[in-house]
Design a protein around this ligand. Structure first.
Ligand code: SAH
Length: 209
């Protein structure tokens, strides 16, 4: 249930759902999702569902992770990526296979500690974790080729736009009850926003916990 074959089946399913980038499919097929999830739920780790990770938070369903990561990986470069909302660290582990350096910021200290242990267990060394409020981004890591918000914003944080590189892409869910995914691309001439599918994410909150 938690084997490489189960992961390969998940990657195959993602291909059927429209994920095309082979490096993204490979990363999704490689990262052991079950180790990021409570043992009692590990048997559902590869189902296409969101699962609880404690503190009222959830790990996104595989399709949503793959979709956001694929769009982010379509940025002009794959050097530096910022994730807002580390959660259990799963998406950071996927990003670590596609980008040179991953910055990931989480407001809940205990989730961050657990994510740090999991990433260490997997010997992933190109993820830099920060305890902070993602509305501020990570100024000393900027500019980022891609920024992914794993929690739904109510507005586009100005600091994140400033930290996006030219040629960069930011993916974010926005809204409260009615949420949708959006992509902002940054060009020499300015920003361009694209509206994508309806989604359902936990809210982006302010301050530390
Ligand atoms: N990418 C995660 C998904 C976690 S769910 C994973 O793979 O598990 C979203 C996460 O965003 C939660 O852990 C929540 O605590 C965090 N979050 C919400 N608002 C935030 C903020 N302002 N700054 C940083 N993290 C935030």
């Amino acid at each position: 249930m938690t084997s490489a074959r189960t992961r390969a089946r998940m990657a195959e399913r993602l291909r059927g759902q429209g994920i095309r980038d082979t490096s993204v499919l490979a990363a999704m097929g490689e990262v052991p999702r079950h180790i990021f999830i409570d043992e009692a739920l590990a048997h559902r780790a590869y189902d296409d569902v969101a699962l609880p990770i404690g503190h009222g938070q959830t790990i996104s369903q595989p399709y949503i992770v793959a979709r956001m990561v694929e769009l982010a990986a379509g940025a002009a470069r794959r050097e530096r990526v910022l994730e807002v909302g580390t959660g259990c660290g799963y998406q950071a582990a996927v990003l670590a296979r596609l980008f040179k350096v991953v910055y990931s910021v989480e407001r809940i200290g205990s989730l961050l500690d657990r994510a740090r242990l999991q990433l260490r267990d997997l010997r992933i060394s190109n993820v830099r974790l920060r305890h902070g409020d993602g509305h501020n981004g990570v100024p000393d890591g900027a500019p980022f080729d891609a920024i992914i918000l794993a929690a739904a914003a109510t507005h586009v944080p100005q600091a994140l736009l400033e930290q996006l590189a030219i040629g960069g892409r930011m993916l974010f869910p926005i809204g409260v009850n009615d949420q949708e995914m959006r992509m902002i691309e940054r060009f020499e001439e300015g920003f361009q926003e694209t509206r994508l599918e309806k989604v359902r994410f936990v809210p982006m909150l302010t301050g530390l916990a």
